[in-house]
Design a protein around this ligand. Structure first.
Ligand SMILES: [Zn+2]
Length: 450
């Protein structure tokens, strides 16, 4: 209606042949009208309602320190899930709980032959965690479904909102969906005190049928997750939206330098076999080597032990752990090779022996699909937000979903880069911005994916 009026008005001006109104003016008026039309058509989430929903969820498991004890399978988790299931039903979703306890809310599309576009996150927290890691993505997904219902927006693809079971304790729900969860893994204890199997029962799943949760590769047209960054990159660079390139691979090694334990007072400096020396040089080398490469790779020595571990004894053995993370496994191993060579040289120079054990953490990189990344960037840019591409240094349900679907992840700013702590915070505005980017990305993919 408005568009029509503006176009007509601009046409009128044009035909009035007023000399200072050129063809260019007509062109600009038309562009203005079209962009205004596009803007007015963009549906947006309700920021206030989303903020309230996150606050309501945070009341489940709030402890006296202001942190959240809503660990997976706890009574707080069970109660919160019940609250959300009712909420999802109230906005017209077809809600079910699969055998792994994942909550799934379905909304049909106009073309039932198309695979669903899925999106969601988790609501469980680490012990004494915050209110945003998980809830931001999950509550935004609910708000998006409500916005779509209210605006009577239909999509061609069916939509699926997923709230995954026990993300913090080993991405249990998404692993089951990706077919990566073994029956044996269900006997491990979770933070709630229950085993995974007992916990899954407590949230309405069925551990005996866990293998049936597995989805075939290609079961979803896409999986999208909105999440807090859990780092300080967006804040530092003053960008609003992070387009995640992927979730990094993690590799661990244990380095042991072996020398000879001896009296610290009576053994002359030139006749020692002190393994602390190569260990110290190695720690510095990790930092220097990792920094010498372009990119966002990180390397850490987070644990060191000296044996026997006394102030008056030259250690006989020093062990330390090396962790490397990057989106490229190839780069990780290249850096590792350099560090291995340096460690060998340090050991030789100090007359000590070196042994290295590669520890299985079985974490491959999970790359975000290029089409998803482009769709997220385009949606964010069209909404007027600044963006930056970045890897995720933390694990997410998306890394498991990447095994069966093209994934995309959207990050929003975490204040001071803090997460997994009561101080975790993202502003209502940033959360709503992220939710709007997710909403537009879903609508864009609905048009573009075949
Ligand atoms: Zn999370």
């Amino acid at each position: 209606m408005l568009l029509h009026q503006i176009i007509n008005a601009s046409k009128k001006f044009y035909f009035m042949k007023i000399t200072f109104i050129s063809k260019f003016s007509y062109f600009f008026l038309l562009v203005f009208a079209l962009s205004f039309h596009a803007y007015s058509q963009t549906i947006k989430v309700n920021q206030e309602r989303l903020t309230t929903l996150i606050k309501d969820l945070s009341s489940y498991g709030k402890n006296k320190d202001g942190g959240s004890d809503r660990v997976a399978y706890s009574s707080h988790d069970v109660a919160a899930r019940k609250f959300l299931i009712e909420k999802m039903k109230a906005i017209g979703l077809d809600v079910s709980v699969d055998f792994a306890g994942n909550i799934i809310g379905k909304r049909s599309g106009s073309n039932p032959n198309l695979k669903p576009i899925a999106f969601g996150s988790h609501i469980d927290e680490v012990p004494n965690g915050g209110d945003y890691d998980g809830p931001v993505g999950s509550m935004s997904a609910i708000e998006i479904m409500q916005t779509l219902a209210e605006s009577q927006t239909s999509t061609k693809h069916p939509l699926e909102l997923i709230i995954f079971t026990n993300e913090e304790g080993g991405v249990i729900g998404s692993r089951a969906m990706a077919g990566q969860l073994s029956v044996e893994a269900l006997s491990t204890k979770s933070s709630s005190g229950l085993t995974q199997a007992e916990g899954i029962l407590a949230v309405g799943g069925d551990p005996d049928r866990i293998l049936e949760v597995k989805k075939a590769k290609g079961a979803y047209a896409a999986f999208l997750e909105l999440h807090i960054e859990q780092g300080g990159n967006l804040e530092r660079e003053q960008k609003q939206i992070g387009v995640v390139e992927g979730i990094v691979a993690i590799e661990w090694w244990q380095f042991t330098f072996k020398g000879f334990a001896n009296h610290a007072g009576t053994t002359p400096m030139n006749s020692r076999k002190d393994p602390m020396l190569p260990a110290a040089k190695f720690i510095l080398a990790v930092n220097e080597t990792v920094l010498s490469y372009d990119g966002a790779q990180v390397g850490t020595v987070g644990k060191i032990e000296a044996f026997p571990g006394a102030g008056n004894v030259i250690p006989g053995e020093v062990t330390l752990n090396l962790e490397l993370r990057d989106l490229s496994s190839e780069k990780i191993w290249k850096i590792y090779a350099e560090l291995e060579a340096k460690a060998k040289a340090f050991a030789a120079a100090s007359n000590t022996e070196l042994s290295i054990v590669h520890q299985e953490v079985a974490s491959e990189p999970a790359l975000a699909d290029p089409i998803m990344q482009k769709a997220i960037e385009r949606s964010a840019t069209e909404l007027g937000f600044s963006t930056m591409y970045l890897p995720s240094g933390a694990g997410h349900d998306s890394q498991e979903m990447a095994r069966i679907a093209p994934i995309g992840m959207i990050f929003i700013r975490s204040k001071n880069g803090i997460s997994h702590a009561p101080q975790e915070f993202s502003s209502s505005e940033d959360i709503a911005n992220g939710a709007n980017v997710l909403l537009q990305t879903i609508l864009l993919l609905d048009q573009e994916l075949k």
